[in-house]
Each structure stands twice: as structure tokens, then as C-alpha cells.
Write a protein that binds this ligand. Sequence first.
Ligand code: DQA
Length: 152
Amino acid sequence: MSHRIAVLNGPNLNLLGEREPEIYGRTSLPEIERATQERARALGIELTWIQTNHEGEFVEAVQGFKGRIDGAVINAAAFTHTSLAVRDALLAVRVPFVEVHLSNIFAREPERRRSLLADLAVGVVTGFGADSYRLGFEALARYLDAVAHPSR
Ligand code: DQA
């Protein structure tokens, strides 16, 4: 079963690799994208990759999932903790998604320990650096397989 998965990245993730490497690691976003594309090809999944620093564009990207995407891996970055608009878009579209973070948001400042999105997610992967994307992507692919073929 071939799925269509979008990976949606929020603000400042374009700076990965140079931005606070002690927290986020030294892998750049294009490197994570390449590794995810490779994995997608191996699994026969069509991958769309998006990064934006703008909340409105992020909301429009979520709205655009409807009918076009079977599931999403979402690192909403700081919008995770602040954006009711992103939450409302996810509620409107109801596309299954896995929330991912490079850092363990629960081990950080109090304002990062709360996610406005997590209760809407299939699951959350947080704290494994760039590997959070691989784990989240594979978990979502398996979830979509299970939904498509409940008896397998
Ligand atoms: C992040 C965690 C957020 O708190 C932060 O604003 C980010 C990145 C992560 O991947 O660890 O920009 O989502």
C-alpha cells in the first residue's frame, strides 16, 4: 500500500546544524530530508517536504493536506507551544500525524513542556535528535499500513 506522507517543519528548523547544536545536534534539515526521502523510496511512500518560518503558511500547509496526504510527520517547533491556529487547522483537517521533536521537550523550560498539538497526534517522538524524524516517519508508515489492512 503506497501512502502519501508530508513532513512539515516549523520556524528556525531551516537553521538546524548551526543553531544551538548542543540542543539540536549538527545534522542539517536538508540532510534529514535526504535520509527521509531514501527511507520513503525504500517503503514506496510518496513524500512531501515542507519548512516554513511563517505561522500562516504553516496553517495553510495543514489545510492543504486534506484529500492530498494520508498522514504527516510534524515538527511545529515553537508553534507547538503557542499556536491555537495550528491546533485548529489540525482539528479541521483531521489527518493522522506524528509529532516529532529533536530535543526532549519535557526535559526543557516549563513553557516548552506543554504541547498544544500532542493530544491530537497518533503519537509523539521527542528527544532522539535527527533520529526522531526516522522513528516518527516509520511509526506513521506502520500506523497507516495498520489502518489500511486491519487484519494483517
Ligand atoms: C523543537 C523544540 C521546540 O521547543 C523549539 O521551539 C524548536 C525545536 C525540537 O525539535 O526539539 O524550534 O521542536
